[in-house]
Design a protein around this ligand. Sequence first.
Ligand code: HEM
Length: 153
Amino acid sequence: MSGLGIAIVIHVLAVVWWIGGLAFVTAVFLPAVRHGLGSDPRAAFYQIENRFAPQARIAVLLIGASGLYMLWRLHAWNWLAQASFWWLDAMILYWLLFVLLLFVLEPAGLLKRAIHGAADEAGMWRRMQRFHLLMLAIALIIIGAAAAGTHGF
Ligand code: HEM
């Protein structure tokens, strides 16, 4: 398999791992928390978060490295300026947002402050689920558009 082939395999598998985890948190875990999972939902959330965040960081690093390698190998920098490749710009913006969230804001304690500082706990979980739902919806749009776009549809 060529370097390009290896890069696309790594890229897609890392996307599956990361966005699959995001889908689980959004569609299974947070609804369970909101409907009374256990006596201490904050502790349950931290348990999940502490395990998933390092995995998401590794996936995000692999996605960035393989994506940049593909851009370089395909001589595709000019695609970034073409409207029909909007999904490529969207991928990079989405990736940058998560670099900020996972490598800067979360280690700085933003998530813990948001969870512990909330006076209205039910409202906090609702906002948390809405945020995850928005991020998941954007990821699905990007993945769908990338799958169609790379195959010329
Ligand atoms: C720095 C960030 C990123 C860069 C530079 C990048 C770059 C690329 C490139 C160059 C391709 C191959 C295009 C082609 O073969 O014509 C690709 C494919 C793909 N990317 Fe990204 N990407 C990045 C982030 C992401 C993110 C965050 C996602 C998901 C949310 C994503 C999902 C995909 C998918 C699903 C494909 C494969 C489509 C297919 O072959 O069916 N990428 N990416």
